[in-house]
Design a protein around this ligand. Structure first.
Ligand SMILES: [Zn+2]
Length: 93
């Protein structure tokens, strides 16, 4: 029986946490003042619509990849742009 080794990739959450820690941002939620945050498990896309229409493009190339970070006390949700954080290439694999 062959033994296989699976290289475990760093989770998106861990990559985001490390990138945010490197920025040395304020830790308190601006709404409630608590310091309990949860990084969502996955990426959300802010799709860029076509100005003057109510329709969206449908193309991910025209969207901003973000990770939601949620205050565990009041639910305030912040979206961090993965391109600006410099981790988009790592996250998309
Ligand atoms: Zn809060």
């Amino acid at each position: 029986m062959a033994i296989s080794f699976v290289r475990k990739a760093k989770s998106v959450q861990q990559t985001v946490i490390e990138a945010l820690q490197a920025k040395d941002l304020p830790k308190a939620c601006p709404v409630c003042g608590q310091r309990s945050w949860v990084v969502a498990q996955g990426v959300t896309y802010l799709e860029l619509g076509v100005p003057g229409t109510r329709y969206t493009t449908g193309y991910r190339e025209e969207a901003i990849p973000c990770v939601p970070v949620v205050c565990n006390h009041c639910g305030n949700t912040l979206l961090f742009n993965l391109i600006v954080l410099g981790i988009w290439d790592q996250v998309r694999g």
